[in-house]
Design a binder for this molecule. Structure first.
Ligand code: DOR
Ligand code: ZN
Length: 421
């Protein structure tokens, strides 16, 4: 048994924000309340910390199978635990692609053997993510996937998206789309604008994303099924999601810490800032923060995308897209959203817990009988992120060397402490 004493318990599901104790017994929460006692329990003094339901990351890349020099399920989930995440959803763009029950089972077997946190895999929409015919979705659902996506690429056509949404609705699986119009994306390496012009780098306009978001929302209207927009980065896209929600469509979206923190002015020629979708303008960033505050955005997702050094230590044009994100996500949310006074603390917690859970049709609560998955964090702990000290096998973070206020302090998964700062 584990007794967490005197933490500031924030449970978005019940609206709780109060100093309380939480008692864990095995894999479940046994009690939440003031002045709990348990003779045989190990005591954790959480007096200086927030106690929240376990964080969920809807979007990451663990690279296993196929690219184990960049990341493995073991290293990636260790990094996730250090970031306060208790469950992470790896995208299917592995080698081979997770487009069959066999690959899903392989991932879950590796997770059971070596995973520090829970893994909720995402299966491919189409076979090989090639955009031709649907993948073995029902078989993958039976094996344990929680959603489908062709991430790395958009769902290739409106017809395929329609098929996937109609097929997935009765299975209760959301379709997650990496929204991108390929003809505008082709050849570009960052967001088009004054910065790309100054750097002489080829840019893609914000419409590269928002054209695809518009298509997808139309298909969501047609099917009345669940659509989730991955790593939304542009103000226009956000406005369309806001309007779709107003119309009552089942459309949700996620935003990454790098998109709510950085702007295209930060990019220079540093390949650690090369990511897809690319970092947007100042106006985009402000719109995303407003959407995070007002509920238009459902979740913060990391898009943790590790790449071994040879794929990043090359000319900007040739470098891979993507950056690591697990270990800096909460600290960025606390500094950019909470300490800046723009988003309340309960809302920040919601964006890491009940928000992503709801996208997957799950619940997340700090209550008796619920899974013993908890994230304990400090609002004020001062620290500096050093990519070289990361648990990830890759070092491609634009936040290397950044000083933070606030950090995950303890991560508890299935009643076990998997990370302690
Ligand atoms: O920057 C990105 N990296 N965007 C994606 O969509 C894919 C990801 C990756 O797998 O590296
Ligand atoms: Zn993507």
């Amino acid at each position: 048994m584990l007794l967490i004493k005197n933490g500031r318990v924030i449970d978005p599901a019940s609206g709780t924000d109060a100093r309380m104790d939480v008692l864990l017994d095995g894999d479940r929460i046994a009690a939440v309340g003031p002045n709990l006692t348990a003779a045989s329990a190990e005591i954790v003094d959480a007096g200086a910390w927030v106690v929240a339901p376990g964080f969920i990351d809807l979007h990451c890349h663990l690279r296993e199978p196929g690219d184990e020099t960049s990341e493995t399920i073991a290293s990636g989930t260790r990094a996730a635990a250090r970031g306060g995440f208790t469950a992470v959803c790896p995208m299917p763009n592995t080698r081979p692609v997770n487009d069959s029950a066999a690959v899903t089972r392989f991932i879950l077997d590796r997770a059971a053997a070596a995973g520090a946190v829970r893994i909720w895999p995402i299966g491919a929409v189409s076979a090989g993510s090639r955009g031709e015919q649907l993948a073995e979705i029902a078989g993958m659902k039976e094996a344990g996937i929680v959603a489908v996506s062709d991430d790395g690429h958009p769902v290739a056509s409106a017809k395929l998206l329609r098929q996937a949404m109609e097929y997935c609705a009765p299975l209760g699986l959301p379709v997650i789309d990496h929204c991108e119009e390929p003809s505008l994306f082709a050849g570009a390496v960052m967001r088009e604008g004054p910065s790309s012009a100054r750097l002489g780098l080829s840019g893609m306009p914000a419409a590269t994303e928002s054209i695809a978001v518009a298509r997808d929302i139309q298909v969501a209207g047609l099917t009345q099924a669940r659509l989730h927009v991955a790593h939304l980065s542009a103000a226009n896209s956000l406005e369309m999601v806001r309007e779709a929600k107003r119309r009552g469509l089942g459309v949700t979206c996620e935003v990454t810490p790098h998109h709510f923190t950085l702007t295209d002015e930060d990019v220079h020629y540093d390949t650690r800032f090369k990511v897809n979708p690319p970092i947007g303008s100042r106006e985009d960033r402000e719109a995303l923060v407003a959407g995070l505050a007002d509920g238009t955005v459902d979740a913060i997702a990391t898009d943790h995308a590790p790449h071994e050094a040879p794929r990043k230590e090359v000319e900007f044009d040739r470098a891979s897209f993507g950056m690591t994100g697990f270990e800096t996500a909460l600290a960025l949310a606390l500094s950019e959203l909470y300490h800046s006074g723009r988003v309340g603390l309960a809302r920040v917690v919601e964006l890491f817990t009940t928000g992503p859970a709801c996208v997957l049709g799950k619940t997340r609560r700090l209550a008796r009988g619920e899974p013993a998955d908890l994230t304990l964090f400090s609002l004020d702990h001062a620290w500096t992120f050093h990519a070289a000290d990361s648990a990830s096998l890759s070092r491609n973070s634009p936040f290397d060397g950044r000083a933070f206020r606030g950090a995950p302090m303890m991560t508890i998964v299935v009643g076990r402490i998997v990370f302690r700062r």
